[in-house]
Write a protein of this length. Structure first.
Length: 317
């Protein structure tokens, strides 16, 4: 969900810190030969670092815990020396609630030992909350005062700056400044419908992931924004009366097959019994029918919009 090149253990080799929808940040350790397989990051007690919600790999289900004394679903992460003690701490971004937390490194730069609990990050005395969620933070000295600041994107778009007016050992953040105003479409949908030109979008829509960089080498920081959006097709297809009639027939058959499909699985609680049902000829035949019907329906797709993910450049004035 987010990634950062960082020397997490002070061995002069760049590692890759990444977020994950599993709710647990991962580290990909680097050495002179390349990179190792990703590892779930753990605290000093050996438990995975998280906010609360996570994918329980042991039981193969979504789960939650209060052991970190916080609420939310961690999908983004950034490393920074929060208290200027020479080692890297972690900022955790909450996907659903939009909150930001710090997880302190109580060990050293070469042997990190992370705390077992999170602390909410405050701005103007209140916990930071990115409206509608996502909270994908980036750490950067935006105003060149020697203190790190936080820039955060959000699910509904926008880039928000939290300037640090504390000191190197005790960061303190001001209220948010809006660097990029979220685009407001009429439906305020998750994937925003934005204006277009020549059958391409003209602006970023939602799910902002931000990277500050001096793109034009003019001495200040610009913003690269990874975002998704939808836009109206230049020539949206229209269904004829014959097409509509055929689509109604397909939809009617689809409902019957779905009902049969669900009936075969309802009431089958044990995994081994579910496996037997799914391996049966009857179930496989229904699955094939659904696939065939899905292909038939796709021919009548009259969605007037396109959607996609793009990288946008916002130059700083």
């Amino acid at each position: 969900m987010s990634s950062q090149l960082v020397d997490i253990n002070a061995d002069n080799k760049k590692d890759i810190l990444v977020g994950s929808f599993s709710g647990v940040p991962h580290i990909i350790m680097g050495d002179e030969k390349g990179y190792a397989v990703p590892e779930a990051m753990k605290d000093s007690s050996g438990e995975t670092i998280l906010i609360a919600n996570f994918w329980n790999t042991k039981d193969s289900k979504w789960d939650k815990t209060d052991r970190a004394k916080s609420k939310g679903h961690c999908t983004s992460v950034a490393a920074v020396d929060w208290d200027s003690d020479g080692d890297l701490d972690l900022i955790l971004g909450d996907y659903y609630g939009g909150a930001l937390f710090v997880r302190m490194n109580e060990g050293s730069d070469s042997e990190p030992k992370y705390a077992t609990e999170n602390a909410a990050i405050l701005a103007a005395g209140k916990p930071i909350v990115i409206d509608k969620g996502l909270a994908a933070p980036r750490v950067v000295d935006w105003n060149g005062d020697g203190l790190f600041d936080i820039i955060c994107g959000g699910a509904k778009g926008g880039a928000f700056l939290y300037l640090n007016n504390g000191n190197k050992s005790e960061p303190k953040f001001q209220a948010a400044q809006t660097l990029i105003k979220p685009y407001e479409d009429k439906k305020n949908s998750y994937v925003k419908l934005v204006p277009s030109k020549n059958d391409l979008p003209t602006m970023a829509g939602s799910s902002f992931h931000i990277e500050p960089v001096d793109y034009d080498n003019d001495g200040d920081l610009d913003l690269l924004v990874g975002a998704r959006c939808s836009w109206k097709k230049a020539d949206a297809p229209k269904l004829s009366d014959e097409d509509k009639a055929e689509l109604e027939k397909i939809d009617a058959e689809w409902k019957v097959v779905i009902a049969d499909y669900s009936a075969m699985l309802n009431g089958v609680a044990k995994k081994e019994d579910q496996k037997k049902v799914m391996e049966s000829k009857e179930f496989k035949a229904l699955s094939k029918k659904l696939t065939d019907l899905s292909h038939k329906k796709s021919k009548y797709n009259v969605n007037p919009n396109k959607s996609g993910d793009f990288v946008w450049l916002y130059r700083r004035k």
